[in-house]
Write a protein that binds this ligand. Structure first.
Ligand code: PNS
Length: 160
């Protein structure tokens, strides 16, 4: 039987930090399903469909990886897809505080466990929110995001 991990997130947009976490998940599980969802606490630059498209382009080189939108509860999505675990990346204790509550809620809802992998320290400063802020203020983000994402952000900012 193959083991499937779900890697969930907003991915607004996907960064090299996300790609690193998905690649790590690939070393632990046979298949990885990247679940692009909506976090009620956030407002987004990209629509759900745009975020899925960018993630698919960025992860196309990784074997055994699929990307799908999550329109309802992540816990239900994991159960529907027969996921063995959720995999998320941690950069800091601030990440942990946020992720702890979500992992406990997801386990409460469907029994799914969350496995945390430590992000590459070289990418510790890479967060979607910061990437967008740097881009909004004219900074160079090409070393922080996969090919195509910097262009998508420029378009979203009306700069193409
Ligand atoms: O990248 P993020 O913002 O940490 O991702 C959060 C996300 C999208 C994974 C989370 O908000 C989520 O699972 N949304 C789907 C709806 C849901 O299940 N909400 C309860 C989460 S405990």
């Amino acid at each position: 039987m193959t083991s499937l991990a779900v890697c969930p997130g907003s991915f607004d947009p996907i960064t090299l930090g996300h790609v690193d976490v998905v690649a790590r998940a690939c070393t632990l599980f046979d298949e990885v399903l990247v679940a692009v969802g909506n976090n009620a606490a956030k407002s987004y630059m990209f629509s759900l469909d745009q975020r899925v498209t960018l993630a698919r382009l960025a992860l196309a080189h990784l074997e055994g990886v699929r990307v799908e939108p999550v329109r309802g509860l992540l816990a239900q999505f994991c159960a529907d897809n027969g996921a063995r675990a959720i995999v998320k990346g941690l950069r800091s204790s601030a990440d942990f505080d946020q992720e702890l509550a979500m992992s406990l809620m997801n386990r409460h809802l469907s029994g799914i466990e969350t496995v945390f992998v430590m992000g590459d320290p070289a990418l510790n400063h890479v967060a979607s929110s910061m990437v967008k802020d740097v881009a909004r203020n004219g900074g160079d983000i090409t070393a922080l995001v996969p090919d195509g994402v910097a262009r998508a952000i420029a378009t979203a900012l009306g700069r193409s």
